[in-house]
Design a protein around this ligand. Structure first.
Ligand SMILES: [Zn+2]
Length: 396
Protein backbone atom coordinates (compact mmCIF):
# COMPACT_ATOMS: atom_id res chain seq x y z
CA UNK A 1 0.00 0.00 0.00
CA UNK A 2 1.12 3.55 -0.76
CA UNK A 3 2.32 5.60 2.22
CA UNK A 4 0.53 8.91 2.80
CA UNK A 5 0.37 12.09 4.89
CA UNK A 6 -3.22 13.26 4.88
CA UNK A 7 -4.85 16.14 6.75
CA UNK A 8 -8.64 15.89 7.05
CA UNK A 9 -10.22 19.21 5.98
CA UNK A 10 -12.40 21.22 5.69
CA UNK A 11 -15.33 21.19 8.12
CA UNK A 12 -18.27 20.05 5.97
CA UNK A 13 -21.95 20.79 6.58
CA UNK A 14 -24.51 19.00 4.40
CA UNK A 15 -28.24 19.68 4.40
CA UNK A 16 -31.11 21.32 2.51
CA UNK A 17 -31.36 25.01 3.37
CA UNK A 18 -27.95 25.10 5.06
CA UNK A 19 -26.89 28.21 3.09
CA UNK A 20 -28.80 30.11 5.79
CA UNK A 21 -26.12 29.06 8.29
CA UNK A 22 -23.41 31.06 6.50
CA UNK A 23 -23.71 34.12 8.77
CA UNK A 24 -23.47 32.12 11.97
CA UNK A 25 -20.48 30.17 10.69
CA UNK A 26 -18.71 33.39 9.69
CA UNK A 27 -19.31 34.67 13.25
CA UNK A 28 -17.79 31.48 14.65
CA UNK A 29 -14.65 32.27 12.64
CA UNK A 30 -14.64 35.73 14.24
CA UNK A 31 -15.12 37.54 10.93
CA UNK A 32 -16.70 40.98 10.43
CA UNK A 33 -16.14 41.79 6.73
CA UNK A 34 -16.94 39.19 4.06
CA UNK A 35 -16.17 39.43 0.37
CA UNK A 36 -18.46 37.04 -1.51
CA UNK A 37 -17.24 35.84 -4.91
CA UNK A 38 -20.09 34.67 -7.18
CA UNK A 39 -20.31 34.67 -10.96
CA UNK A 40 -23.14 36.69 -12.60
CA UNK A 41 -25.23 33.54 -13.26
CA UNK A 42 -25.29 32.76 -9.54
CA UNK A 43 -26.41 36.33 -8.81
CA UNK A 44 -29.15 36.10 -11.47
CA UNK A 45 -30.41 32.80 -10.04
CA UNK A 46 -30.94 34.54 -6.68
CA UNK A 47 -28.40 32.34 -4.85
CA UNK A 48 -25.90 35.11 -4.06
CA UNK A 49 -28.62 37.05 -2.22
CA UNK A 50 -29.29 34.02 0.05
CA UNK A 51 -25.68 34.07 1.23
CA UNK A 52 -25.60 37.86 1.47
CA UNK A 53 -28.78 37.94 3.58
CA UNK A 54 -27.44 35.35 6.01
CA UNK A 55 -24.28 37.42 6.54
CA UNK A 56 -26.07 40.79 6.81
CA UNK A 57 -28.58 39.34 9.31
CA UNK A 58 -25.76 38.75 11.82
CA UNK A 59 -24.23 42.18 11.28
CA UNK A 60 -21.38 41.25 8.91
CA UNK A 61 -20.40 43.80 6.25
CA UNK A 62 -20.64 42.26 2.79
CA UNK A 63 -19.03 43.14 -0.53
CA UNK A 64 -19.89 41.12 -3.62
CA UNK A 65 -17.42 40.45 -6.44
CA UNK A 66 -19.00 39.22 -9.67
CA UNK A 67 -16.57 40.20 -12.41
CA UNK A 68 -15.66 36.64 -13.40
CA UNK A 69 -16.72 33.98 -15.88
CA UNK A 70 -16.23 30.27 -16.56
CA UNK A 71 -12.54 29.27 -16.44
CA UNK A 72 -11.43 32.37 -14.49
CA UNK A 73 -8.18 33.97 -15.64
CA UNK A 74 -5.42 35.92 -13.96
CA UNK A 75 -7.27 39.11 -15.06
CA UNK A 76 -10.41 38.15 -13.07
CA UNK A 77 -8.23 37.35 -10.07
CA UNK A 78 -6.34 40.66 -10.36
CA UNK A 79 -9.61 42.63 -10.52
CA UNK A 80 -10.83 40.72 -7.44
CA UNK A 81 -7.63 41.56 -5.58
CA UNK A 82 -8.15 45.24 -6.40
CA UNK A 83 -11.69 45.05 -5.01
CA UNK A 84 -10.39 43.27 -1.90
CA UNK A 85 -7.72 45.94 -1.32
CA UNK A 86 -10.47 48.57 -1.31
CA UNK A 87 -12.86 46.59 0.93
CA UNK A 88 -10.30 44.97 3.30
CA UNK A 89 -12.17 41.69 3.98
CA UNK A 90 -11.32 39.31 6.82
CA UNK A 91 -13.25 36.45 5.17
CA UNK A 92 -13.64 35.24 1.58
CA UNK A 93 -16.72 33.29 0.52
CA UNK A 94 -16.78 31.38 -2.78
CA UNK A 95 -20.49 30.98 -3.54
CA UNK A 96 -21.04 29.37 -6.93
CA UNK A 97 -19.57 26.72 -9.20
CA UNK A 98 -15.91 25.78 -9.49
CA UNK A 99 -15.15 29.12 -11.21
CA UNK A 100 -16.37 31.20 -8.25
CA UNK A 101 -14.60 29.01 -5.68
CA UNK A 102 -11.34 28.86 -7.67
CA UNK A 103 -11.40 32.62 -8.30
CA UNK A 104 -11.87 33.19 -4.55
CA UNK A 105 -8.83 31.00 -3.84
CA UNK A 106 -6.82 32.85 -6.49
CA UNK A 107 -7.78 36.22 -4.96
CA UNK A 108 -6.73 34.87 -1.56
CA UNK A 109 -3.23 33.93 -2.82
CA UNK A 110 -2.56 37.42 -4.19
CA UNK A 111 -4.34 39.43 -1.51
CA UNK A 112 -2.66 37.53 1.33
CA UNK A 113 0.79 36.86 -0.15
CA UNK A 114 1.22 39.45 -2.98
CA UNK A 115 2.74 38.92 -6.43
CA UNK A 116 0.92 37.49 -9.43
CA UNK A 117 -1.01 34.23 -9.78
CA UNK A 118 1.76 32.65 -11.89
CA UNK A 119 3.92 32.78 -8.72
CA UNK A 120 1.63 30.20 -7.09
CA UNK A 121 1.52 27.73 -10.00
CA UNK A 122 2.48 24.39 -8.44
CA UNK A 123 2.28 23.20 -4.86
CA UNK A 124 3.05 24.96 -1.59
CA UNK A 125 4.01 28.39 -2.96
CA UNK A 126 2.07 30.53 -0.45
CA UNK A 127 4.46 32.74 1.52
CA UNK A 128 2.34 33.39 4.60
CA UNK A 129 -1.02 32.87 6.26
CA UNK A 130 -4.12 33.39 4.14
CA UNK A 131 -7.64 34.67 4.82
CA UNK A 132 -10.16 32.08 6.04
CA UNK A 133 -12.48 30.93 3.27
CA UNK A 134 -15.95 29.38 3.19
CA UNK A 135 -17.06 27.54 0.03
CA UNK A 136 -20.69 27.06 -0.96
CA UNK A 137 -20.96 25.10 -4.23
CA UNK A 138 -24.05 25.69 -6.37
CA UNK A 139 -23.18 22.90 -8.82
CA UNK A 140 -22.34 19.26 -8.16
CA UNK A 141 -19.08 18.87 -10.04
CA UNK A 142 -15.61 20.20 -9.41
CA UNK A 143 -15.34 19.42 -5.70
CA UNK A 144 -13.28 22.62 -5.41
CA UNK A 145 -14.81 23.13 -1.96
CA UNK A 146 -12.68 20.31 -0.56
CA UNK A 147 -9.47 21.00 -2.49
CA UNK A 148 -6.51 23.24 -1.78
CA UNK A 149 -6.04 23.92 -5.51
CA UNK A 150 -7.28 26.85 -7.60
CA UNK A 151 -7.44 26.35 -11.37
CA UNK A 152 -6.74 29.72 -12.99
CA UNK A 153 -6.20 30.17 -16.75
CA UNK A 154 -3.46 32.34 -18.18
CA UNK A 155 -5.32 35.02 -20.19
CA UNK A 156 -2.67 34.99 -22.93
CA UNK A 157 -1.71 31.35 -23.33
CA UNK A 158 -5.04 29.88 -22.02
CA UNK A 159 -2.98 27.34 -20.06
CA UNK A 160 -4.76 26.24 -16.90
CA UNK A 161 -2.50 26.79 -13.91
CA UNK A 162 -3.12 24.55 -10.89
CA UNK A 163 -2.13 26.61 -7.85
CA UNK A 164 -2.23 24.58 -4.66
CA UNK A 165 -1.27 25.10 -1.06
CA UNK A 166 -2.71 23.63 2.15
CA UNK A 167 -3.25 27.23 3.34
CA UNK A 168 -5.59 27.84 0.38
CA UNK A 169 -7.99 25.12 1.56
CA UNK A 170 -11.39 26.30 2.78
CA UNK A 171 -12.07 26.35 6.50
CA UNK A 172 -15.70 25.36 5.93
CA UNK A 173 -17.72 23.89 3.04
CA UNK A 174 -21.51 24.25 3.09
CA UNK A 175 -23.26 21.70 0.87
CA UNK A 176 -26.88 22.72 0.32
CA UNK A 177 -28.50 20.58 -2.40
CA UNK A 178 -31.33 23.15 -2.72
CA UNK A 179 -28.81 25.47 -4.40
CA UNK A 180 -28.27 22.99 -7.25
CA UNK A 181 -31.97 22.93 -8.23
CA UNK A 182 -31.70 26.14 -10.28
CA UNK A 183 -28.74 25.10 -12.44
CA UNK A 184 -29.53 24.66 -16.14
CA UNK A 185 -29.74 21.01 -17.34
CA UNK A 186 -26.55 21.49 -19.38
CA UNK A 187 -24.67 22.54 -16.23
CA UNK A 188 -26.06 19.55 -14.32
CA UNK A 189 -24.82 17.40 -17.21
CA UNK A 190 -21.30 18.73 -17.60
CA UNK A 191 -20.57 19.13 -13.88
CA UNK A 192 -22.03 15.71 -13.04
CA UNK A 193 -19.98 14.03 -15.74
CA UNK A 194 -16.88 15.85 -14.49
CA UNK A 195 -17.49 14.54 -10.96
CA UNK A 196 -17.86 10.99 -12.33
CA UNK A 197 -14.52 11.30 -14.13
CA UNK A 198 -12.95 12.44 -10.86
CA UNK A 199 -14.16 9.24 -9.17
CA UNK A 200 -12.97 7.11 -12.12
CA UNK A 201 -9.52 8.71 -12.45
CA UNK A 202 -8.66 8.98 -8.76
CA UNK A 203 -9.59 5.33 -8.18
CA UNK A 204 -6.96 4.06 -10.63
CA UNK A 205 -4.23 6.76 -10.58
CA UNK A 206 -0.73 5.96 -9.40
CA UNK A 207 -1.06 8.35 -6.43
CA UNK A 208 -4.07 6.57 -4.97
CA UNK A 209 -3.91 5.78 -1.25
CA UNK A 210 -6.15 3.80 1.11
CA UNK A 211 -7.71 7.17 2.09
CA UNK A 212 -8.36 8.40 -1.45
CA UNK A 213 -9.80 5.00 -2.42
CA UNK A 214 -12.47 5.34 0.29
CA UNK A 215 -13.56 8.68 -1.15
CA UNK A 216 -13.42 7.43 -4.76
CA UNK A 217 -15.56 4.38 -3.98
CA UNK A 218 -18.17 6.39 -2.10
CA UNK A 219 -18.18 9.08 -4.80
CA UNK A 220 -18.66 6.44 -7.53
CA UNK A 221 -21.58 4.84 -5.68
CA UNK A 222 -23.35 8.14 -4.99
CA UNK A 223 -22.77 9.61 -8.45
CA UNK A 224 -23.54 6.49 -10.47
CA UNK A 225 -26.83 6.16 -8.59
CA UNK A 226 -27.72 9.86 -8.66
CA UNK A 227 -26.77 10.83 -12.23
CA UNK A 228 -29.71 9.28 -14.12
CA UNK A 229 -32.09 10.25 -11.31
CA UNK A 230 -31.39 14.00 -11.61
CA UNK A 231 -32.22 13.84 -15.31
CA UNK A 232 -35.37 11.78 -14.83
CA UNK A 233 -36.64 13.87 -11.88
CA UNK A 234 -34.70 17.17 -11.70
CA UNK A 235 -36.60 18.29 -8.59
CA UNK A 236 -35.64 15.18 -6.56
CA UNK A 237 -33.72 16.72 -3.67
CA UNK A 238 -32.44 13.30 -2.51
CA UNK A 239 -30.88 12.69 -5.92
CA UNK A 240 -29.46 16.23 -5.96
CA UNK A 241 -27.97 15.54 -2.54
CA UNK A 242 -26.41 12.31 -3.82
CA UNK A 243 -24.77 14.22 -6.68
CA UNK A 244 -23.54 17.03 -4.46
CA UNK A 245 -22.09 14.74 -1.82
CA UNK A 246 -20.64 12.48 -4.53
CA UNK A 247 -18.92 15.48 -6.16
CA UNK A 248 -17.61 16.54 -2.75
CA UNK A 249 -16.19 13.07 -2.02
CA UNK A 250 -14.66 12.98 -5.51
CA UNK A 251 -13.01 16.32 -4.71
CA UNK A 252 -11.64 14.83 -1.49
CA UNK A 253 -10.32 11.90 -3.51
CA UNK A 254 -8.44 14.32 -5.77
CA UNK A 255 -7.06 16.14 -2.73
CA UNK A 256 -5.82 12.82 -1.33
CA UNK A 257 -4.49 11.50 -4.69
CA UNK A 258 -4.43 12.84 -8.27
CA UNK A 259 -6.20 12.53 -11.66
CA UNK A 260 -4.91 11.06 -14.94
CA UNK A 261 -4.95 10.89 -18.74
CA UNK A 262 -8.58 11.92 -19.32
CA UNK A 263 -7.94 15.27 -17.65
CA UNK A 264 -4.62 15.67 -19.49
CA UNK A 265 -6.44 15.07 -22.80
CA UNK A 266 -9.33 17.38 -21.83
CA UNK A 267 -7.32 20.45 -20.84
CA UNK A 268 -6.02 21.27 -24.37
CA UNK A 269 -9.57 20.85 -25.76
CA UNK A 270 -10.66 23.59 -23.36
CA UNK A 271 -7.59 25.79 -23.86
CA UNK A 272 -7.40 25.54 -27.68
CA UNK A 273 -11.06 25.10 -28.70
CA UNK A 274 -12.99 26.51 -25.72
CA UNK A 275 -14.82 23.25 -25.01
CA UNK A 276 -16.31 23.28 -21.48
CA UNK A 277 -14.35 21.11 -19.05
CA UNK A 278 -17.09 18.55 -18.27
CA UNK A 279 -17.84 18.01 -21.97
CA UNK A 280 -14.15 17.68 -22.81
CA UNK A 281 -13.20 15.28 -20.03
CA UNK A 282 -16.37 13.20 -20.47
CA UNK A 283 -15.66 12.79 -24.19
CA UNK A 284 -12.11 11.56 -23.54
CA UNK A 285 -12.90 9.38 -20.48
CA UNK A 286 -13.91 6.18 -22.38
CA UNK A 287 -10.68 6.33 -24.40
CA UNK A 288 -8.60 6.72 -21.24
CA UNK A 289 -10.44 3.78 -19.62
CA UNK A 290 -9.73 1.54 -22.61
CA UNK A 291 -6.07 2.61 -22.61
CA UNK A 292 -5.75 2.04 -18.85
CA UNK A 293 -7.55 -1.29 -18.89
CA UNK A 294 -4.29 -3.06 -19.82
CA UNK A 295 -2.84 -1.94 -16.47
CA UNK A 296 -5.78 -1.65 -14.08
CA UNK A 297 -8.61 -3.90 -15.30
CA UNK A 298 -8.87 -5.30 -11.76
CA UNK A 299 -9.63 -1.79 -10.48
CA UNK A 300 -12.50 -1.42 -12.94
CA UNK A 301 -13.78 -4.84 -11.85
CA UNK A 302 -14.02 -3.49 -8.32
CA UNK A 303 -16.00 -0.44 -9.49
CA UNK A 304 -18.39 -2.66 -11.43
CA UNK A 305 -19.15 -4.61 -8.25
CA UNK A 306 -20.07 -1.37 -6.48
CA UNK A 307 -22.93 -0.63 -8.88
CA UNK A 308 -26.17 -1.92 -7.33
CA UNK A 309 -27.73 -3.56 -10.40
CA UNK A 310 -24.43 -5.12 -11.45
CA UNK A 311 -23.97 -6.68 -8.06
CA UNK A 312 -26.91 -8.98 -8.73
CA UNK A 313 -26.43 -9.42 -12.49
CA UNK A 314 -22.81 -8.76 -13.50
CA UNK A 315 -22.15 -7.48 -17.03
CA UNK A 316 -21.18 -10.02 -19.69
CA UNK A 317 -18.34 -7.88 -21.10
CA UNK A 318 -15.01 -6.96 -19.52
CA UNK A 319 -15.43 -4.56 -16.60
CA UNK A 320 -13.69 -1.68 -18.41
CA UNK A 321 -15.98 -2.10 -21.44
CA UNK A 322 -19.05 -2.26 -19.18
CA UNK A 323 -18.01 1.04 -17.55
CA UNK A 324 -17.35 2.60 -20.97
CA UNK A 325 -20.85 1.54 -22.07
CA UNK A 326 -22.65 2.92 -19.01
CA UNK A 327 -20.57 6.10 -19.05
CA UNK A 328 -21.32 6.68 -22.75
CA UNK A 329 -25.03 6.23 -22.01
CA UNK A 330 -24.80 8.87 -19.28
CA UNK A 331 -23.15 11.25 -21.77
CA UNK A 332 -25.97 10.68 -24.28
CA UNK A 333 -28.66 10.99 -21.59
CA UNK A 334 -27.14 14.33 -20.59
CA UNK A 335 -27.12 15.58 -24.20
CA UNK A 336 -23.32 15.77 -24.40
CA UNK A 337 -21.29 14.97 -27.54
CA UNK A 338 -19.40 11.68 -27.52
CA UNK A 339 -17.14 12.37 -30.53
CA UNK A 340 -14.88 15.31 -31.39
CA UNK A 341 -16.46 15.90 -34.81
CA UNK A 342 -19.95 16.32 -33.32
CA UNK A 343 -18.81 19.07 -30.95
CA UNK A 344 -20.26 22.47 -31.90
CA UNK A 345 -16.79 23.96 -31.22
CA UNK A 346 -14.99 21.57 -33.62
CA UNK A 347 -13.58 23.88 -36.32
CA UNK A 348 -15.45 23.68 -39.63
CA UNK A 349 -12.36 24.12 -41.89
CA UNK A 350 -10.76 21.04 -40.28
CA UNK A 351 -13.79 18.79 -40.88
CA UNK A 352 -13.25 16.37 -43.73
CA UNK A 353 -9.65 17.52 -44.33
CA UNK A 354 -7.38 14.69 -43.09
CA UNK A 355 -4.23 16.84 -43.23
CA UNK A 356 -5.67 19.70 -41.19
CA UNK A 357 -7.32 17.26 -38.78
CA UNK A 358 -4.04 15.46 -38.11
CA UNK A 359 -2.22 18.73 -37.61
CA UNK A 360 -4.82 19.90 -35.04
CA UNK A 361 -4.77 16.54 -33.23
CA UNK A 362 -0.96 16.66 -33.12
CA UNK A 363 -1.09 20.14 -31.56
CA UNK A 364 -3.57 18.85 -28.94
CA UNK A 365 -1.48 15.73 -28.21
CA UNK A 366 1.67 17.81 -27.82
CA UNK A 367 -0.06 19.97 -25.23
CA UNK A 368 -1.73 17.00 -23.49
CA UNK A 369 1.59 15.21 -23.06
CA UNK A 370 2.94 18.23 -21.13
CA UNK A 371 0.06 18.25 -18.62
CA UNK A 372 1.16 17.56 -15.06
CA UNK A 373 -1.89 15.37 -14.45
CA UNK A 374 -0.75 12.92 -17.17
CA UNK A 375 2.14 11.83 -14.96
CA UNK A 376 -0.31 10.30 -12.48
CA UNK A 377 -2.00 8.05 -15.04
CA UNK A 378 -1.73 4.41 -13.92
CA UNK A 379 -0.27 3.38 -17.29
CA UNK A 380 2.54 5.62 -18.58
CA UNK A 381 1.23 7.51 -21.61
CA UNK A 382 3.29 8.94 -24.49
CA UNK A 383 2.45 11.76 -26.87
CA UNK A 384 1.81 9.33 -29.74
CA UNK A 385 -0.55 7.28 -27.55
CA UNK A 386 -2.40 10.50 -26.74
CA UNK A 387 -2.64 11.24 -30.47
CA UNK A 388 -4.14 7.76 -30.95
CA UNK A 389 -6.73 8.45 -28.25
CA UNK A 390 -7.74 11.73 -29.93
CA UNK A 391 -7.98 9.87 -33.26
CA UNK A 392 -10.25 7.24 -31.64
CA UNK A 393 -12.40 10.04 -30.26
CA UNK A 394 -12.78 11.78 -33.64
CA UNK A 395 -15.76 9.77 -34.86
CA UNK A 396 -17.90 7.09 -33.23
ZN1 LIG B 1 -12.39 17.64 -13.77
Amino acid sequence: MQAFDYQLRPRILFGAGFVARLGQLACELGCLRAMVISDPGVVKAGLYSLGEKSLVDVGIHVQGFHDLSENPTNLHVERGVQAAKEFQPDLLVGLGGGSSMDCAKGINFLYSCGGKIQDYWGVGKATGSMLPMIAIPTTAGTGSETQSFALISDSETHVKMACGDPRAACKIAILDPMLTLTQPAMVTASTGIDALTHALETFVCNKRTPISECYSREAWQLLSEGFSQVFQTPGDIEARGRMQLGACFAGMAIEASMLGAAHALANPLTAVLGIPHGQAVGLMMPHAIRFNSLAVEDRYEELVKLMPHWHTSPPKSRASEAIVAVFSNWMKQAGLATTLETLPQWPGPVMGDPGKTLSLLRELASSASKQWTATFNPRPVTESEMLSMYQSALTA
